[in-house]
Design a binder for this molecule. Structure first.
Ligand code: ADP
Ligand code: MG
Length: 242
């Protein structure tokens, strides 16, 4: 579904991604982990071209996403992306946030978009909040609306960049539960997260990054019980001591 081939990225002189070569299969759930600054956000942001790359290629369903002929704005709306900050439009209801892209970008009728939007809000447990504005919702609820909004474009993959890191602890579970149910339904997902229980229970594979490199990948059980690299061993032991 997603294939990284010798991907290289620089921020000026800084080599932020170095020769990343890996693939995410259809229906696979990959958790990307690694120390702060290792390139996790940069990597997933390259998939929907929030970041350009200077070397290599990235294919999504066989299409080169960094090809010059790709219409970036349209393309971006078609790859689901959920950030740490919920960034809903504050002046629009939950339902209007969810319906916006299908109406504006794909020209769906308002009625059809609202019907689908209600189904999606129901799926994330928020049908009863359809008319609420973001500031009337908790952080966990806003993040679930953000997931519904991303799903409204029927993306082939969903990318998550620390979707629970800005939440109060009691709200983390409700967002992870929505992600877990998406995984169960076969969604292809790349998730940057520090939620190692989620990684263990839900992911098919863990990718460990350090200094812009994909240092190792493995099934979660193997990665957590028997990491191969010294760097991953240190990372996991630091996590456990917190
Ligand atoms: P992570 O998500 O793993 O914490 P990032 O992908 O955000 O790491 O960042 C990787 C490295 O690239 C860091 O050293 C960061 O400072 C640097 N970096 C990220 N974004 C930019 C930018 N827009 N300009 C310059 N350097 C950046
Ligand atoms: Mg990051």
């Amino acid at each position: 579904m997603i294939r990284f081939s010798k991907v290289n990225k620089w921020y000026g002189d800084y080599h932020a991604l170095a020769d990343v070569t890996e693939q995410v299969g259809k229906g696979e759930v990959v958790v990307v982990c690694g120390p702060s600054g290792s390139g996790k956000s940069t990597l997933i942001r390259t998939v929907n071209r929030l970041e350009e790359i200077q070397g290599g290629q990235i294919f999504l369903e066989g299409k080169d996403v960094h090809d010059k002929s790709v219409d970036i704005n349209r393309f971006r709306t078609q790859v689901g992306f959920v950030f740490q900050q919920f960034n809903l439009f504050p002046h629009m209801s939950a339902l209007d946030n969810v319906c916006l892209a299908p109406v504006k970008v794909t020209g769906k009728s308002k009625a059809a978009a609202r019907e689908k939007g209600m189904q999606l809000l129901d799926r994330v447990g928020l049908a009863h909040k359809a008319e609420a504005y973001p500031q009337q919702l908790s952080g966990g609820q806003q993040q679930r609306v953000a997931i519904a909004r991303a799903l409204a474009m029927e993306p082939p993959v969903m990318l998550f960049d620390e979707p629970t890191s800005a939440l109060d602890p009691e709200m983390v579970g409700e967002v992870l539960n929505v992600m877990r149910s998406l995984a169960r339904d076969g969604m292809t997902m790349m998730c940057v997260t520090h939620e190692m229980n989620f990684a263990r229970e839900v992911s098919n594979r863990v990718w460990f990054m350090d200094q812009g490199r994909l240092v190792e990948t493995g099934k979660p059980d193997a990665f957590f019980t028997n990491p191969q690299s010294e760097r991953a061993k240190r990372f996991l032991s630091d996590l456990r001591s917190h």
